[in-house]
Design a protein around this ligand. Structure first.
Ligand SMILES: *Cc1c(COP(=O)(O)O)cnc(C)c1O
Length: 356
């Protein structure tokens, strides 16, 4: 089973290189990426895309790395230009890695990793590209090898539909080479130990075998539906959720719909409305838990999750709960969101799921 899972996870990451599995949350895999690749004093470049990018930067900081946390408009996807500009102004070439969150779950903004990877490769810059794909893998197109990512990190409880408790790292040949000379101390996270044991279908310590049975099933569900179909479903449901938000007369946090997440939709509240009060009412009246605003977005937004094991009717139930909640909370909205979402789903080429 271990051999099968390790092989099949490569298909999910779109890589031909090793994928490792840890019995940890995704935060552990952040630490694994950092401690296997970097040395004391190395520079790390991070843009403040939102709560999760800040948390990852904090992990790097705790290891004594020289973290450059750059301000960023979190309503927009991180651009390759911004990354390259920051690297060009790094005169001493101290920056050894750039840490990017593919889908910032706190803002609902997705960044163009392909463009960042291309720019890095085109510039022949040796900086390692580390990507957090925790809430994008299995929901949004992601290609570890093709996009030139050196380490991709994910967890079990998002697009992989499992309970929390497993994390994953996908490596590149460049990352494997860099790990041989990295000097930050690590033990539990050490790639070399995993690689040696994994070859024989084992792990350097007790793996979370119970979750492996779940992962085996999750992978077969993804295979059964078809990976392109899974991604298409997420895009379609996200489009319907956004149609509801604009029909309510509300604004979604991402400024560009093209950068809007397929995994979740973030809804901004009008001035003077506490998003957590809306969430409280929805939970109390309809037994539905919406995501809270994280960090600086606390109280300003709520988040509608639509990733993983989710379909048209689960989305419509969710949107109905949100619409009723908004009305109950006295938020001034047009009560046309649910019907706008249905119209979106029934429009051209969107009826296949209903027919089957
Ligand atoms: C959930 C999440 C994490 C943290 O994952 P844990 O499993 O809680 O450690 C990191 N990054 C992103 C983008 C996430 O959505």
């Amino acid at each position: 089973m271990a051999h099968r899972l390790l092989e099949e996870m490569k298909l999910v990451f779109r890589t031909e290189h090793p994928v490792l599995i840890y019995p940890s949350s995704a935060t552990g895999a952040w630490e694994a990426a950092i401690t296997n690749l970097l040395s004391p004093g190395d520079g790390v470049l991070v843009f403040n895309q939102g709560f999760f990018s800040e948390r990852w930067a904090e992990v790097a900081e705790r290891f004594g790395l020289q973290v450059q946390l750059k301000p960023w408009d979190s309503r927009r996807g991180l651009t390759a230009d911004a990354v390259m500009e920051a690297l060009h102004s790094d005169q001493g070439h101290n920056v050894k890695a750039v840490l990017v969150v593919h889908n910032e779950t706190s803002t609902g903004v997705t960044s163009d990793i392909a463009a960042i990877g291309d720019a890095l490769r085109a510039s022949k810059n040796s900086t390692l590209l580390m990507v957090d794909a925790v809430s994008s893998l299995g929901a949004t197109d992601f290609r570890h090898d093709e996009w030139g990512v050196n380490v991709t990190v994910t967890g079990s409880q998002k697009g992989l539909m499992l309970p929390p408790g497993l994390s994953f790292v996908a490596l590149s040949p460049k990352a494997l080479t860099a790990s041989e000379s990295a000097e930050l101390p690590n033990s539990y996270w050490r790639w070399q130990d995993h690689l040696e044991f994994n070859e024989k279908g084992f792990f350097p310590y007790t793996p979370a075998t119970n979750l492996f049975f779940g992962l085996d099933e999750a992978l077969s569900m993804l295979r059964e539906e078809g990976f392109p179909e899974v991604l298409e479903r997420h895009a379609r449901l996200a489009g319907a959720a956004r149609a509801a938000v604009s029909a309510w007369g509300l604004e979604s946090y991402p400024l560009d719909p093209a950068e809007s997440s397929d995994a979740l939709t973030t809804v901004m509240m009008p001035d003077g409305v506490d998003a957590d009060e809306v969430r409280r009412i929805v939970l109390e009246r309809f037994d539905m838990s919406l995501g809270t605003g994280l960090g600086m977005l606390k109280g300003r937004i709520f988040r509608i999750g639509h990733l993983g094991d989710f379909n048209t009717l689960s989305l419509m139930g969710t949107l109905a709960g949100v619409e009723m909640g908004l009305v109950s909370a006295g938020v001034p909205v047009n009560t046309e969101g649910v019907s706008a979402a249905m119209a979106f789903l029934l429009s051209e080429n969107k009826v296949d799921e209903l027919e089957s």
